[in-house]
Design a protein around this ligand. Structure first.
Ligand code: FMN
Length: 404
């Protein structure tokens, strides 16, 4: 995989040289971008020799005067941006979208996955500002790896060490495209829906869309041709995904039905509203017109409908429950004729809706359920695909391709 390694000005920058060597030994193509700070700790020449590429420093134009903008070239070239070590300063700039040097400018122009491995003294890492910046990045789908606990350069012991380089290389490996879904079409839904009462009021739910976006990115990593139907969320489209934005459950149903017949796998991670206001007013209702009660109507069950419109696709539903998780998941598996139901307990504050982590149990028709322990949403997406992909491959694609 083509890895752009951003090296920042922390004491752990000396480890970047070994990291480049290990990444290359693991068959990755590596280019390095050094911050100004990093050049005080490690020389460009070292990384140039180890990577076999000129190191990106602070020039934005190609020195051979081709007029090519190097930050654009670097962002296009890379399949993964890995910032290691990431300083508190660069974490803050990435979280804020600042771009005052080559690395952060390139990061803003980069649409692929980003992995950051912070390293700093424990006191810095535990600062609320630094924690908030790391959390902001996690919420935007960036993988934040570490820091780990151990001896620090200051002589203290605590949290702040750059993660073990072997662990970092294995994490980079996880982003490598597997290609096992090459030629397969995957349809993913994500986010909430909004059911309008009038032009300013609506019924909705707390889904952030992050689980569905992570699933779409995972499908791309596995080589699939991916369509994402997204409710109203503010998330960047994962690279390689074709996105269709919708608002209401009815719009989502139309968008899904249009794409479902051609799909080999349909993953319905959206939290589609079950109820909508009985009537939608074209003008804003006056307080006096609202009355004390709201008449509601049911929306259509999109997943259940797919049993008829996309019978050949492997169909995966999500069940967000606050009680009787297992019984509800099994009921949905049968009632919606899905092959998989991914169930999570949304009564817990630390996982699920709006959080960067999740913990799920995958219920399967004709097989025992599998529990996936608490992990980041991209990690949960990988685990879900590990279970679902064999079912997709077992179905083959001859009929589907003929239908396209
Ligand atoms: C000797 C020395 C060691 C430093 N080590 C770290 C570190 O481990 N982590 C960190 O976040 N900042 C560290 N800093 C502070 C950064 O160098 C400083 O915040 C700088 O602005 C980072 O710029 P950059 O993120 O663009 O590389 C260190 C500074 C010095 C002088």
């Amino acid at each position: 995989m083509r890895v752009l390694l951003g090296v920042c000005g922390g004491i752990a920058a000396y480890k970047a040289a070994e990291l480049v060597r290990l990444l290359r030994a693991a068959d990755h193509d590596v280019r390095c971008a050094l911050t100004r700070g990093a050049e005080s700790f490690v020389t460009p020449l070292t990384l140039e020799v180890l990577s076999g590429y000129r190191v990106y420093r602070q020039e934005y134009l190609n020195p051979n005067d081709s007029g090519e903008e190097l930050h654009v070239e670097a962002a296009r070239w890379a399949e993964l941006l890995c910032v290691a070590p990431a300083t508190a300063h660069t974490l803050g700039k990435l979280a804020l979208g600042l771009a005052d040097d080559f690395l952060t400018t390139t990061a803003l122009g980069f649409e692929g996955p980003v992995l950051v491995a912070p390293a700093m003294h424990s006191t810095m890492w535990m600062q609320p500002a630094v924690q908030a910046n790391a959390q902001t990045l996690r919420e935007r789908g960036v993988s934040v790896l570490g820091p780990s606990i151990g001896a620090l350069a200051s002589g203290d012991t605590g949290v702040g060490r750059l993660v073990d380089l072997g662990v970092l290389v294995r994490e980079v490996d996880r982003f490598r495209s597997t290609g096992e879904l090459a030629g397969k079409r995957v349809l993913v839904t994500a986010g909430p829906t909004r059911e309008a009462l009038d032009p300013v009021r609506f019924l909705s739910n707390r889904s952030s869309g992050r689980m569905g976006f992570a699933l779409a990115a995972e499908a791309v990593r596995r080589g699939a041709d991916v369509q994402l139907v997204a409710g109203p969320v503010e998330l960047p489209t994962p690279r390689g995904v074709e996105r269709c934005d919708v608002v209401s459950a009815a719009e989502m149903r139309v968008a899904v039905e249009e794409r479902a017949a051609a799909a080999d796998l349909i993953v319905m991670a959206a939290a589609v509203g079950d109820l909508r206001p009985g009537k939608t007013s074209a003008r804003k209702l006056k307080k006096s017109e609202l009355g004390g009660e709201l008449a509601l109507a049911r929306t259509a069950d999109i997943l259940a409908g797919l049993a008829e419109s996309a019978p050949d696709a492997v169909r995966v539903g999500f069940a967000a429950e606050t009680e009787n998780l297992e019984a509800e998941a099994i009921r949905k598996l049968e009632q919606k004729q899905a092959q998989f139901i991914v169930a999570n307990d949304v009564s817990r504050a630390d996982i699920g809706f709006g959080q960067s982590d999740n913990e799920v149990t995958v219920f399967r028709s004709g097989a025992e359920p599998v529990h996936v322990p608490k992990a980041s949403k991209p990690a949960i997406a990988r685990a879900v695909f590990d279970l679902v992909v064999p079912a997709v491959l077992a179905r083959g694609g001859a009929t589907k391709r003929a239908a396209r």
